[in-house]
Structure formats: C-alpha cells, structure tokens
Design a protein. Structure first.
Length: 339
C-alpha cells in the first residue's frame, strides 16, 4: 500500500504489510508522544479537523498527533455552526476546506459520507467515523493495543480468542476491528449481544469465510470464558429512533470485578473504545475495575496518539523528517506514562 497522499476511508484498504508499517512507525513516535523528544516535521502544515458528530478522544487525539508532529490544527466541531446546516453539499464543503488544509479528518453521522467527501477533496482525507459504518483509525489503534497487550505475555493475534460485547449492530469500532482481523488467522470470535443488536450478517460471513470461528450468543457470562481479550462497547443511543428504544438494551451486559473474576481467564485484556457509559442504568464497564492491571482502556487511548501520528507521517511522507527535525523537550514533564 502506498500511503503517500492517500485517503484512509476503510480498513479494507490495508494488508498485513501496511498494518506492520503503521505499527513500526507508531513505535518510532512513542518518544515524541511521551514528551521525551519533540519534532517539527510538519511545521507549517494545517490539519482540517471536521467533526459533525460528538467526539472527544478521536478529535483531540488526531489534533494532538498533528501538533506533536509540529503542525497546526483548525477545526469545526458542531454541525449547527457549520455551513452544512445551511444546506451545503459535502462536495462544496470538501472543495472549500481542502483549499485551506493539507490533510482533513472527518466524522459524519451518515455511512458513506466521508468517502463521498474524499472524492471531492483536493487533499487526503481520514475517516474519523462515518455513522455506524467504519472507524479505521480506531481499529488500527485497537489492534496495536491488542498486539502489545498480548505480546507482553507471549501471545499473538493469530490464533487469539476475542469476545466483543454490546451493540455490535451499530458499533463502527467493532465493524472495523473485525474486518481488520480478516487479515489474520484462526481467531475465535465470541459475539455477545442482544439478538436485535447482532453483528451484521455480512461481517460474520466474511469472518467465517476467512477461516475464523464465530460464536454468537446473548449469554454474557458463558461468552466471557476463555478469551485473550474482551472488547466492550456502549449501546449506540444516537443510532436508535428514540432514547426509550435504547433503554431496552442499556445495562443488559455489565462487566465488573466480580463478573470478571468469576468468568474470565486470568490474563484477559479488557478493552473499550470509550466513552464508556458510566450512568447507573448502563455501566457496561464498572469503575471497580479501574485499577485492574488488565484494564487496557487508557493504554488504548494513549496508543491512539502514536497510531494517528504514524498515519499523518506516512500520508504526508515525513517519516524520515521526524527524526532529522527532532530536538529535546525543555519543559517539565511529569511521569504520566510510567504505567
Ligand atoms: C467510538 C465511536 O465514536 O465510534 N468512540 C471513539 O471514537 N473512541 C465508540 C462510541 O462512541 O461508543
């Protein structure tokens, strides 16, 4: 895969060599993300960060990743204050914003919208989530996290067992992660969801055709047995016709210390794309696991920065420049990355 100047719209663009390349570059970004060194490889470049759906970590981490490479960030974060609310087409917005920016990250509630936008854009576009469809950078950071967590005790992605829990119908992160895992071998997927919120049939069929085992169940406690990773998701309330409809499913599956200890193998890694819904009636991932060593959710968010730095560096072709334009960090840096 040639990253230079390319749009990142779907995980189906990747092969294993491309994933390895992203992960190697992400590793080389660690000292910069950890504030041990700094670089101005993207000095003068502008990221157009266009978020037409709620976001905290995706928007922020893309912005920080670009800043850490020395670039500037401009952003729109509200559909109501953007010209899209005046009836402007994606085509026009893309033509305009791509004249102002060197690269664009876009999130939009409609499936397929980011691809449509990218066709009109004059600069590379990264999909920051298009409705329930895809979230490729999240899948890459999830896989990078899984790899690191499993490698820590000599396990691998090939042959692993992963449980995905929650709203598998609407969750774009599990759609993208599953499709990325098509490139690996002999994975056992245990898909735990209410019958109405199952993983789309086409994805399940693709997983089976790739030689993976897929078990679908609504029995969470049984499904949690014997996994390397448990990946929890939030009920995607914004994809339902009403809050009331989402309430039917909210709180159906909850992982806490007691359920984890009773059902999960000792080294099971706990992941969640975040935000977790911590309201009492939902609480899919309880705070009583916050200090558990296998809770990887904040390592996952930290990994999001280096993976996004890698994507920018590869697409804008500055991987080598990062090193030559590096210098030392002069400000006080606390030990926030120590664990
Ligand atoms: C996810 C998303 O927006 O799809 N969040 C994220 O980007 N980390 C998951 C979610 O909102 O539940």
């Amino acid at each position: 895969m040639d990253f230079r100047g390319s749009h990142i719209i779907s995980v189906t663009q990747f092969d294993r060599a491309a994933i390895e390349r992203v992960f190697d570059v992400a590793d080389s970004m660690q000292p910069f993300a950890r504030r041990e060194r700094r670089t101005n490889a993207l000095d003068g470049a502008i990221l157009g960060n266009m978020f037409f759906e709620p976001s905290t970590r995706t928007r922020f981490s893309f912005g920080c990743a670009f800043n850490l490479l020395g670039g500037y960030v401009r952003e729109t974060s509200d559909i109501k204050t953007s010209s899209i609310s005046k009836g402007e087409s994606l085509y026009d917005t893309a033509r305009v914003v791509s004249g102002y920016s060197d690269i664009i990250v876009m999130r939009h509630p409609q499936a397929g919208s980011v691809e449509e936008f990218s066709r009109a854009s004059r600069v590379p576009v990264i999909n920051g989530g298009d409705g329930p469809n895809e979230h490729p950078s999240q899948a890459l950071l999830d896989l990078y996290t899984i790899k690191k967590e499993l490698n820590a005790n000599n396990r691998k992605i090939d042959g692993m067992r992963i449980a995905m829990v929650g709203d598998l119908k609407h969750g774009r992160t599990v759609h993208s992660l599953s499709q990325l895992l098509l490139l690996f071998t002999h994975i056992t997927f245990t898909l735990i969801s209410p019958a109405e919120l199952k993983m789309p049939e086409n994805i399940v069929a693709e997983l089976r055709a790739a030689g993976h085992s897929v078990i679908e169940t609504d029995d969470m406690e049984k499904g949690l047995n014997d996994n390397d990773t448990v990946y929890l998701t939030r009920i995607q309330e914004e994809r339902f016709s009403s809050r009331l409809e989402a309430d039917i499913y909210r709180g159906r599956f909850k992982l806490n210390q007691e359920i984890y200890t009773r059902n999960c193998a000792p080294n099971t890694v706990i992941m969640h794309p975040l935000p977790r819904d911590s309201r009492e009636e939902a609480n899919e991932l309880d705070n009583d696991l916050n200090l558990h060593p296998n809770l990887a959710i904040f390592r996952q968010t930290d990994n999001g920065v280096v993976v996004r730095m890698a994507l920018f560096a590869l697409i804008l072709d500055v991987v080598d420049l990062v090193e030559t334009r590096a210098s030392e960090v002069k400000w006080y840096t606390a030990g926030r990355f120590d664990n």
